[in-house]
Design a protein around this ligand. Structure first.
Ligand SMILES: Cc1cc2nc3c(=O)[nH]c(=O)nc-3n(C[C@H](O)[C@H](O)[C@H](O)COP(=O)(O)OP(=O)(O)OC[C@H]3O[C@@H](n4cnc5c(N)ncnc54)[C@H](O)[C@@H]3O)c2cc1C
Length: 242
């Protein structure tokens, strides 16, 4: 999707072979299949979470694996009205991601148990709940990514890099919330709050724009891997360069 947006952002230049976007897109499709199709891998994530949940509940033990420790505490309560400051707060972002994961895991295990209770196999019960399983694995993955960014951010000394990282993290967290229909489907956020999330994303885009080039450069991609569009593409397309 990022590649598609890059492709579109540079118009016709994005379809020129020398700008390598098409090549990267072809590569990316293979990456999401060859070590196991992503849908299938995501089902394995839900299966692992299910096993951990059932095992802890059966033994009446606290959760300690797969980052589910947050489920040992009470459900986070989200503020009813989300301000810009709350939306950018790492504690709020962690709470909403934990709430979503916890609720989806509880729903998934309870639905599977109910179907199994009617005499169906575990596999069939999983299949019937494939949509919940998909939502759950996405919630788990996005929470893991958020946590990784928060850990990296915590290691940075106070200063401009930490500030930019914080904005990038907020942008990531809020886009995840904005684009996940389960926020409204299961009522984790109200309609008004989903609207506030959307407005904040727009504000963050404006704030991050001056840093966009520096952020891309920070990946340290060697020039040899880049196409002319990454440099002076006007000169590259001038008659004198043909
Ligand atoms: C470049 C490349 C190199 C490879 N190298 C190797 C190799 O070295 N060794 C090796 O053993 N294999 C290799 N493979 C095979 C690879 O492991 C399989 O292609 C991959 O696991 C996907 O399986 P599949 O092709 O059978 O697709 P399928 O699993 O049949 O997927 C087809 C579609 O069905 C969907 N689907 C499948 N199951 C479910 C489900 N339970 N629920 C919902 N949707 C589902 C998938 O999402 C997908 O959209 C390679 C593949 C590629 C592309």
């Amino acid at each position: 999707r990022t590649l598609q947006e890059c492709r579109e952002a540079v118009g016709g230049q994005g379809v020129k072979t020398e700008n390598v976007v098409g090549h990267l897109k072809g590569e990316f499709d293979v990456q999401t299949t060859f070590e196991g199709d992503n849908n299938v891998l995501m089902q394995l994530v839900s299966k692992a979470l299910f096993a951990e949940y059932v095992s802890c509940k059966k033994r009446n033990k606290p959760f300690k694996g797969l980052g589910l420790q947050h489920m040992n505490s009470s459900r986070p309560v989200l503020p009813t009205q989300l301000t810009s400051c709350t939306l950018r707060c790492s504690q709020f972002q962690t709470n909403v991601f934990c709430l979503r994961e916890r609720d989806l895991l509880e729903r998934f295990t309870s639905e599977v148990a109910e179907i199994q209770g009617r005499g169906e196999s575990k596999e069939f019960s999983f299949l019937l709940n494939h949509q919940l399983s998909e939502d759950l694995s996405k919630a788990f993955t996005e929470k893991a990514i958020l946590q990784t960014v928060l850990d990296a951010e915590a290691k940075q000394p106070a200063g401009s890099i930490k500030d930019v990282l914080g904005r990038v993290r907020s942008m990531y967290a809020l886009i995840c919330l904005e684009e996940d229909p389960s926020m409204l489907r299961y009522g984790y956020l109200s309609r008004d709050n989903v609207g506030a999330v959307r407005r904040e994303v727009s504000k963050l885009c404006g704030e991050l724009r001056p840093h966009a080039l520096a952020l891309v450069t920070s990946f340290g991609i060697p020039d040899a891997f880049l196409g002319p569009i990454a440099f002076n593409w006007i000169e590259a397309n001038a008659w004198s360069s043909v």
